[in-house]
Design a protein around this ligand. Structure first.
Ligand SMILES: NC(=O)c1ccc[n+]([C@@H]2O[C@H](COP(=O)([O-])OP(=O)(O)OC[C@H]3O[C@@H](n4cnc5c(N)ncnc54)[C@H](OP(=O)(O)O)[C@@H]3O)[C@@H](O)[C@H]2O)c1
Length: 279
């Protein structure tokens, strides 16, 4: 279980839950050359099973059973609310030495270890741009997970975008508030910018193109530049100009503070999920 980065992944995997996040990861694995018959999926929702079959040629099953007996890696892509019940169904069938990778928000590795009777657990917090290979995933491994296990997880996630390991598990709640939920903040801004553009007379498709290209361009500039975002912002803001008018309006309305408070709310919710559903 120690594949090099260039070796195509070829080991039996199981996904528990076959919804949005599972599909993003499975798409990446198949693009890497993993044969579809190496992937088992447990997914009780029939339309989700049909989509996995049609999109990826998989044969998902509605319930856990002997099909999980050979899984080397078990990926947990169920909602926090259903994790405990799913773990009780899977535990009798998953191999004792399998590595477990959870993408569930909030649910701690202590809870998962208790539910599964295993210490070999990595927690991941991906985001939906994983679907187009531009995701950002925060990772935390329990002390019992060795280097080979970490490398396996990185290989599974490589086609979905970037990864970042954190040393303390609680930091995953901050990752969740920032990059896990983050695409929704960006989409909210995109909606508002495009709506304003339409109010000012632009065609909806033109407004959308302008808004999306602006996000892509600004993000690419920030990623490639050595300068801080604050300096990049100042370069757009001519004294007494249009940007100054807009930024002044946002600051007077307290938008930056509200935005920071919103992210703290997301972090708090991640902690609440742990206590509500990790018992
Ligand atoms: N979406 C995101 O942006 C995002 C980002 C990072 C992390 N996550 C995490 O990823 C996890 C999955 O989120 P998602 O957006 O992919 O949700 P989703 O699309 O609803 O997928 C979860 C799937 O799990 C199925 N399921 C429920 N009980 C099950 C069981 N006992 N065994 C197997 N499968 C079961 C659900 O079926 P039913 O619909 O029938 O219940 C559903 O199809 C969550 O824990 C979330 O915190 C999501």
């Amino acid at each position: 279980m120690n594949p090099s980065p260039d070796t195509p992944l070829d080991l039996p995997l199981a996904f528990i839950g076959g919804g949005n996040m599972a599909s993003a990861l499975i798409g990446g694995l198949l693009r890497q050359g993993l044969p579809p018959d190496r992937i088992e999926v447990v997914e009780p929702f029939e339309p989700a099973r049909a989509a996995l079959q049609q999109d990826f040629g998989l044969a998902p099953q509605p319930a856990a059973g002997p099909q999980l007996a050979h899984a080397r890696l078990v990926v947990w892509a169920v909602k926090p609310q259903t994790f405990a019940a799913a773990a009780a169904q899977v535990r009798p069938h998953a191999p004792a030495d399998a590595l477990h990778l959870s993408v569930a928000a909030g649910i701690t590795t202590d809870s998962i270890a208790r539910w599964l009777g295993s210490q070999a657990i990595v927690r991941a917090m991906p985001n939906t741009p994983a679907l187009v290979g531009q995701g950002m995933t925060g990772l935390f491994a329990r002390a019992e997970v060795g280097e080979a296990g970490r490398e396996l997880v990185e290989q599974v996630l490589r086609p979905t975008g970037q990864t970042l390991w954190v040393e303390r598990e609680e930091l995953l709640d901050a990752v969740t508030a920032l990059s896990g939920s983050g695409p929704a903040y960006v989409f909210l801004f995109l909606e508002a910018m495009a709506r304003a553009g339409v109010e000012m007379g632009l065609e909806p498709t033109d407004a959308q193109q302008l808004a999306i290209a602006t996000f892509q361009g600004a993000a690419a500039l920030a990623a490639r530049s050595d300068d801080a975002p604050q300096l990049l912002r100042q370069r757009v803001t001519s004294p007494g100009g249009t940007t100054h008018a807009a930024i002044t309006h946002l600051q007077e309305a307290g938008v930056p503070e509200h935005f920071i408070a919103a992210m703290h709310a997301a972090q708090r919710r991640a902690r609440e999920l742990a206590t509500e559903f990790g018992g």
